[in-house]
Structure formats: C-alpha cells, structure tokens
Design a protein around this ligand. Structure first.
Ligand SMILES: Cc1cc2nc3c(=O)[nH]c(=O)nc-3n(C[C@H](O)[C@H](O)[C@H](O)COP(=O)(O)O)c2cc1C
Length: 255
C-alpha cells in the first residue's frame, strides 16, 4: 500500500503521537510506503482565505468557488498542492485525531477545507448526467481509515449513551467527506477513554491500531448507499419505497 497518514495532535509526547508511531512502524515493517502529514509539526494553515490563491482572486467568485478555479488552473497555494500530490500518490488515507468537542481538531478540519477542494475531489466541469459524488468521484478506488481517540468511555458512545453513537458523530467525516469524495471508507478505529490512559492499558490500544492498519486491504468498507445507483431521487432524497418511514443517518447504509 501507499499510505498517506494525516495526524492532528499538538504534542509529540501524546497518546496520539505514540499510536501514530505504532501504526506507521507496523506499515513500514510490513513493506508498505507511508508519508506522514503531521499538521501541527508542519504548522499547517487551517483557514481558507485569499492567500490561498497565488494567481490572485477572481473577484467574480466567492472564496470557495475561487478555490475550485485556482485548483483547476493549478494556482492554488503550494501547501495545498503539495497535500493534493500526496493524496494522488496514495492509495490509502489514514486520518488520525483526538475527538475534540465531538469533532476533529480545527487544524484537521482546515486540512479538509483547503485540500479537498471541489475541483480536486469532484470533477466540477459541466457534464451530462448525475454529479459524481457519494461513492463516486476523483478519489474513487482509494481507501480511507479514521483513527480516533476519545475521552469518554465506549458506553457513552453506545446507542443510549449521552454522547450519541460514535458512527453518527463521525458521519460528517466518514460519509459527508470521505465517501462524498468517492473513497471506500473502512469502519473507524476508536480508542475510548484515552485521556490520561494508564500505562497498563496502552499495549491493547497499540495492538488495536497495528492490527487494523495491517488489515486495511482485507477490511470490508462501510456499506454506504451510492448517490447514483438508483436509491435517491433527483433531490438526493432516499426513494420512498426504501426503508419507508425510516429517517436518520442509518438509512444511508445498505441493508
Ligand atoms: C479541546 C478538547 C475537547 C475535547 N472534547 C471531547 C469530546 O467531545 N468527547 C470526548 O470523548 N473527549 C473529548 N476530549 C478528550 C480527548 O478526546 C482525549 O483527551 C484525547 O482523545 C486523548 O488523547 P491524547 O492524550 O493523545 O490527547 C476533549 C479534549 C480536548 C483538549
């Protein structure tokens, strides 16, 4: 495999940094190639703004559209282009972060905001037929795995836990971003109760990360429904004959 490992943690002595080392080491030992984007170490710029357009901003466009135009013209900021080159090189993307306020750290959100530019993850040129996204797109054929640590225990992320189900908390990333871009999204690796983890619990967490990254090629992806395989109507609403009366995020999984 050719793996791009993107990690967002400010502290090199953290659990997240240790788990990243475990995963990267396991992959390279097994003969895979790995590039790491350590966003804090890179001092990654987390916000999209006018500086992202090296060729000047076309005033006809609002900023996000200008990023599409800049990407299509090859004039987006060099740090964006460098990350896009790494994604183009990789067949697998690992995204690792501690859960902060039920989501990813801002620096990582900003990596997606800037790097997953529409012209890059989705062909924005006018073409006949449905827009290729949610299962189809420029990143189709690549796999994606999220590695997440949480402070609270697994029970609190269960069906009746106060935090809500973890697959629903991660839905915007797994479905709304990675699947949207066409990637095959694997079930996430989640290490719960990770804050101030006692030393004796570390080996199990490390083993879980090692096992899961080494099994990436054999792991079945999450069975999300494709946008363009007939399940949704032109307004992107699930057709009434499918799971009639059901709502919520679960309806977007097959079966
Ligand atoms: C700003 C911030 C927000 C956090 N929000 C959550 C949260 O919403 N849910 C949760 O379970 N843990 C939360 N935590 C706890 C972290 O997820 C936990 O400390 C981390 O995963 C442990 O890994 P680390 O030692 O590598 O940082 C938060 C921690 C911080 C610093």
């Amino acid at each position: 495999m050719k793996v791009l490992w993107v990690v967002a943690h400010p502290e090199q002595r953290s659990l997240n940094s240790a788990l990243r080392e475990e995963g990267v080491h396991a992959l390279t030992e097994a003969g895979h190639s790995v590039q790491v984007s350590d966003l804090y170490a890179m001092k990654w710029k987390a916000v999209v703004d006018r500086d992202d357009f090296t060729d000047g901003l076309d005033e006809r466009f609002v900023v996000p559209n200008a990023l599409v135009a800049a990407y299509n013209a090859g004039t987006a900021a060099p740090d964006i282009l460098a990350e896009q080159e790494k994604i183009a090189w990789a067949d697998t993307l690992v995204v690792q972060f501690p859960l902060w306020w039920q989501g990813m750290p801002a620096i990582l959100k900003g990596w997606f905001d800037r790097v997953f530019a529409m012209g890059f993850v989705m062909d924005t040129r006018p073409h006949p037929g449905a827009t290729p996204r949610y299962g189809q797109g420029e990143l189709e054929g690549k796999r994606a795995l999220a590695v997440v640590t949480t402070g609270h225990g697994a029970e609190s992320y269960g069906p009746r836990g106060i935090n809500g189900p973890i697959d629903q908390i991660l839905f915007p990333l797994l479905h709304g971003t990675l699947w949207y871009a066409g990637m095959s999204v694997l079930p996430p690796v989640v290490v719960h109760r990770a804050g101030w983890m006692p030393e004796e619990k570390y080996p199990a967490a490390a083993a879980l990360v090692r096992e899961r990254v080494l099994a990436i090629e054999e792991t079945a992806p999450l069975p999300f429904r494709y946008q363009n395989h007939g399940d949704y109507d032109d307004d992107l609403v699930l057709r009434p004959e499918i799971d009639a009366d059901a709502g919520g995020l679960g309806v977007h999984y097959l079966g």
